[in-house]
Design a protein around this ligand. Structure first.
Ligand SMILES: [Zn+2]
Length: 77
């Protein structure tokens, strides 16, 4: 796998939909290529961040009410 391949499939890799063989190639490339390793880490963090935000949006209504109330409280200060 080359750097361009890694860039192209990084989202599949993070999704876990890359397939065993390409997953293995991906990992192998990361151990040899610090640039791709770093980029993949950034993508993973970004995804984790977005996932957490989405989770929060899907939180129970009670929680959302409490959250928006406390946010309003902060805004009113
Ligand atoms: Zn690379």
């Amino acid at each position: 796998m080359l750097c361009d391949d890694v860039k192209r499939v990084v989202y599949f890799f993070l999704d876990g939909t890359l397939g065993d063989r390409r997953n293995h190639d991906f990992h192998e490339h990361l151990t040899l290529c610090p640039d791709c390793e770093r980029r993949t880490t950034i993508h993973r963090r970004l995804r984790a961040f977005v996932d957490r935000r989405l989770e929060r949006l899907c939180a129970p209504d009670r929680f959302k009410t409490r959250l928006s109330r406390s946010l309003r409280g902060i805004a009113a200060d």
